[in-house]
Design a protein around this ligand. Structure first.
Ligand SMILES: [Mg+2]
Length: 387
């Protein structure tokens, strides 16, 4: 079996959600699907995919490790996030192909199962505590065992994201009020995850963590920006809450310091950025030796979700899996088959590969220009702050 073609599909579903799906075809009539993590860099990632095709087309799809090394290192300069996003999608698609060729679900190729199903958290939000509590109560009613929202910008508006203001002191006060109200509404056993989304500096993070510690969140995510993992060392000394980080790190090398020095409790590996399942397994195994659990980052679509759940099914060290929406509840025309879902848990169907199909006619009709930008936040003085 040889790889014949790599085709990117930047597409939009009926709800306006975009995805950058990569299809890898072989001469055996088997194809695989992958998903790109940083879709706002779509045009550059697609250029990287075309470049990497020169290495991958004609190769044996079973040789995922050799191909990973080639794609990451062949240019002499180690792959950056644009290239690792392309590598990730190709690698995930190759595992899908291997599963289909072997007649096995991917999690079984990875050594699973070590669990029956994977507990997940949804994306929730609300500009006010009332709206957030409403969403959280609805999620609990729908069976979710975990709740997650990100640090709100007071007055944040989806309609005018370019004008949204973010002031750290106000955001911390609002975050404390929101978590108190949600904890009171849902009781002590529902898990709460707060994504700080790299919006705060260390002083405000320490203030926030100290105030919400009695509310027992499951973790605080991305409390600091990711460029200097060493900063987590000092933060670790100053807060006692579990820390989750890693969605912006683009290979095992990005995780090295945080894992080896046990600076985090949860590794937020993004399989669509960090190098696919080939790299995700290594990061997971390495984290296991430091009792760090995986919480795969997945703000994306059905293919990314399926890859994360496959890894969790085969990994003993798992905290929870990010799952913005319940699998099978969205984009069903584009992705007629998605992984399984029941009562707050995702599971892999017992079909060969990742268990996700993409309708090619629907995908061609849903093509969009890749790229765009996430919303932008700024301080009241006009200075830039992370989204
Ligand atoms: Mg996050």
């Amino acid at each position: 079996m040889r790889i014949t073609e790599i085709t990117p599909y930047p597409i939009r579903d009926e709800d306006g959600q975009t995805y950058l799906i990569v299809r890898v075809d072989t001469d055996a009539g088997i194809h695989g699907l992958g998903e790109v993590g940083i879709k706002v860099w779509g045009e550059s990632v697609i250029a990287a995919l075309h470049h990497l095709s020169e290495l991958v087309v004609g190769a044996d799809p079973w040789e995922t490790e050799r191909l990973w090394q080639l794609m990451f290192r062949r240019a002499f300069f180690p792959a950056d996030r644009v290239y690792t996003s392309a590598i990730s999608a190709i690698d995930i698609a190759l595992w899908d192909i291997k599963g289909k060729a072997a007649g096995l679900p991917v999690y079984k190729l990875l050594g699973g199962p070590v669990r029956d199903k994977v507990v997940c958290y949804p994306h929730l939000g609300g500009a006010t505590p009332e709206l957030l509590v409403e969403q959280c109560e609805a999620a609990v009613d729908a069976g979710w065992k975990f709740l997650r929202w990100h640090l709100a910008a007071p007055g944040e508006s989806r309609e005018r994201p370019e004008r949204d203001e973010f002031e750290p002191t106000e955001a911390v006060a609002l975050a404390v009020e929101m978590m108190s109200r949600v904890r009171e509404a849902v009781g002590p056993t529902i898990e709460i995850c707060l994504d700080v989304h790299t919006r705060l500096g260390p002083a405000h993070v320490v203030d926030l963590c100290r105030q919400v510690t009695p509310l027992r969140p499951f973790f605080i995510e991305d409390p600091l920006r990711s460029e200097n993992p060493g900063s987590y060392r000092r933060l670790r000394e100053r807060v006692s809450l579990p820390i989750a980080a890693g969605e912006q790190w683009s290979s095992k090398w990005g995780f090295r310091e945080a894992i080896e020095e046990e600076l985090i409790d949860y590794a937020r590996v993004d399989l669509g950025i960090a190098g696919g399942l080939t790299e995700g397994r290594k990061i997971g195994g390495w984290a296991e030796t430091h009792f760090i659990d995986l919480v795969p980052h997945n703000p994306l679509g059905p293919v990314s979700a399926a890859a994360g759940v496959a890894l969790c099914m085969a990994s003993t060290n798992v905290g929870v899996q990010e799952m913005p929406r319940a699998p099978g509840s969205y984009a069903r025309e584009l992705f007629p088959e998605q992984i399984g879902w029941e009562d707050g848990y995702a599971f892999c169907p017992d079909t060969p590969g990742l268990g996700v199909t993409m309708d090619l006619d629907a995908a061609r009709a849903a093509l969009v220009e890749p790229g765009g930008w996430p919303p932008r936040l700024q301080r009241r003085d006009g200075s830039f702050t992370n989204w």
